[in-house]
Write a protein that binds this ligand. Structure first.
Ligand code: FEO
Length: 164
């Protein structure tokens, strides 16, 4: 059975994963609007992944016999300076999500809720991959740059990334 505190924090994580999905979908729309088809495709696929992250936690809460609650979801940012800013925001956002997951892990251990601790291990591994992925895109932007053909190359490169 989930403690009141852990349930509250897991429900908060449901909202955060929803927000991640909305943020990436909004970024995808901006990229598409700017003719950046590769980045738009990648971010749209990533938005769908975030919905899976949300659903997994939602289902886990329900499976414990507790009630999953969908809270109001914050409006995502919709306009960006350039593609570098888009990926700087994603990287920062993923680091924040990792912190939240780590806090959940910490709490589940403190409460000796080993079922939830075990459930969260998937998210620990996933966050490692997500941070690595977004950092690698930022590294490519730094190496290639967004000037001239650079933007075209980065967009193509990002669009070729296979998710999942
Ligand atoms: Fe659900 Fe990108 O973390």
């Amino acid at each position: 059975m989930l403690s009141k505190n852990l349930l509250k924090k897991l429900n908060k994580q449901v909202s955060l994963e929803f927000y991640s999905s909305n943020l990436y979908l909004q970024m995808s729309a901006w990229c598409d609007h700017k003719g950046l088809e590769g980045a738009a495709r990648f971010l749209k696929a990533h938005a769908a992944e975030e919905m899976q992250h949300m659903q997994k936690i939602f289902d886990y809460i329900q499976d414990t016999g507790a009630l999953a609650i969908i809270d109001a979801i914050e409006k995502p940012i919709a306009k960006f300076k350039d593609l570098k800013e888009v990926f700087e925001i994603t990287y920062k956002h993923e680091k924040m999500i990792t912190t939240q997951i780590n806090e959940l892990v910490d709490l589940s251990l403190a409460e000796k809720d080993f079922s939830t601790f075990n459930f969260l291990q998937w998210y620990v591994a996933e966050q490692h991959e997500e941070e690595k992925l977004f950092k690698s895109i930022l590294d490519k932007i730094d190496i290639i740059g967004l000037e001239g053909r650079g933007l075209f190359m980065i967009d193509k490169e990002v669009g070729s990334i296979q998710l999942g």
